[in-house]
Design a protein around this ligand. Structure first.
Ligand SMILES: C[C@@]1(CC(=O)O)C2=NC(=C\c3[nH]c(c(CCC(=O)O)c3CC(=O)O)Cc3[nH]c(c(CC(=O)O)c3CCC(=O)O)/C=C3\N/C(=C\2)[C@@H](CCC(=O)O)[C@]3(C)CC(=O)O)/[C@H]1CCC(=O)O
Ligand SMILES: NC(=O)c1ccc[n+]([C@@H]2O[C@H](COP(=O)([O-])OP(=O)(O)OC[C@H]3O[C@@H](n4cnc5c(N)ncnc54)[C@H](O)[C@@H]3O)[C@@H](O)[C@H]2O)c1
Length: 297
């Protein structure tokens, strides 16, 4: 008799968490208060070009960005939309800056009707929209975030309890190892050089490249990975490891003496299938940060 395979239950109600690449994309931000200021910080860090529409006065940090980020931020000092509109559709009709010209639209204004009209116009134009604090008018939510260099962690409760997201974010932030940026820089440099040596997408080479990267990362502790920033360490890893079909540990390349992970490294040589899963779990459990200077309200 054949066994019936079971699969995890689908639990609906989640959001799809993604890392949205906004570099060079056009974002319309309506409003110039505290909430807009918080949104603006995230947008500028993502490399977006932001068109900000709001009457003066601007929240002070926004005014500072307007003065210091002229290539990424353009301020239109006026209200958005058509103040003489007879219908909601006309209200969001802004001839100079129609929502359809943008890749993303955000509103953070104390004007429920305008926000609603902008949301409808954006959805008609199929431009993703977020109306701050109005879930039915959001195609995506913001989350509580923390960043350390290339590492970003976002916590979402899908609208159920944003304050809980903040608390969990702070817990996670405190748990992120101090040297995580060094670890990412080291592994990033190694990956880049490996792909220069063994270029191409797909096929057997790609599989071997990924396997070697996974096994090498599993053989190093996070606090040891910063040593990979050293070109000599990388050269040894690639010449004596990759080229020789071997996984080398820190001690093998004159980097920091191995601790717990050195043991793991020995096991990796035998390559049991469950090991990467265990290592990923341990790494995942260790994630956290302290870059928490954006208090929203
Ligand atoms: C995480 C964060 C990110 C950010 O905004 O950048 C964020 N809200 C934050 C804080 C926060 N917001 C509120 C409180 C007071 C406590 C409370 O009300 O519970 C606190 C706590 C505080 O301030 O500490 C009030 C509030 N927020 C929403 C409603 C409407 C509603 O629930 O219907 C109301 C009630 C308004 C009212 O009662 O009038 C809705 C949304 N807020 C979201 C995001 C989206 C869901 C995120 C998620 O669940 O994951 C969503 C759906 C839409 C959106 O705005 O994108 C940011 C933390 C930033 C940080 O500290 O880093
Ligand atoms: N900040 C909070 O504590 C808080 C809490 C709950 C909900 N919210 C909601 O978030 C939104 C924004 O909050 P905030 O604190 O940043 O508000 P805020 O009052 O500080 O800022 C609103 C901004 O919108 C601008 N504005 C008004 N009409 C405009 C128009 N037609 N076009 C362009 N800009 C216009 C104003 O000049 C101002 O800069 C509001 O909907 C508010 O209800 C905020």
């Amino acid at each position: 008799m054949s066994e019936t395979k079971t699969y995890p239950e689908i639990k609906r109600g989640a959001s799809l968490l993604l890392a949205w690449r906004l570099e060079g994309k056009r974002v319309l931000l309506i409003g110039g208060g505290v909430v807009a200021a918080s949104r603006l910080g995230f947008l500028l860090e993502s490399g977006a070009h932001v068109t900000l529409v709001s009457p003066a006065p601007l929240e002070p940090s926004i005014a500072h960005r307007v003065a210091t980020e002229p290539e990424h931020l353009t301020w239109h000092e006026r209200g958005y939309g058509n103040p003489d509109a007879a219908t909601p559709e006309e209200m969001a009709a802004d001839k100079e800056l129609p929502v359809g010209d943008f890749d993303m639209v955000l509103t953070a204004v104390d004007d429920v009707q305008l926000s609603q009209a902008v949301c409808t116009a954006a959805r008609t134009a199929r431009t993703p929209v977020n109306v701050a604090d109005v879930p039915p008018e959001c195609d995506f939510y913001f989350g509580a975030q923390v960043r350390r260099g290339p590492l970003q962690v976002m916590v979402s409760t899908s609208g159920a309890g944003p304050k809980v997201a903040v608390i969990v974010r702070d817990t996670v932030a405190n748990a992120i190892p101090a040297d995580v940026e060094d670890a990412i820089a080291g592994v990033g440099a190694l990956r880049t050089e490996l792909r220069q040596r063994a270029p191409g997408v797909g096929g057997a080479l790609s599989k071997r490249r990924m396997r070697w990267m996974i096994d090498t990362c599993d053989a190093w502790r996070l606090d040891q990975m910063g040593a990979m920033k050293d070109p000599e360490v990388r050269r040894q890893l690639l010449d004596d490891g990759w080229e020789q079909h071997k996984v080398l540990r820190p001690g093998d390349v004159g980097a920091a003496p191995g601790g717990v992970k050195a043991l793991v490294g020995d096991v990796v040589r035998a390559a049991p299938a469950w090991l990467p899963t265990l290592a990923a779990f341990v790494a995942g459990a260790a994630v956290g940060v302290a870059w928490v200077d954006r208090v929203r309200r």
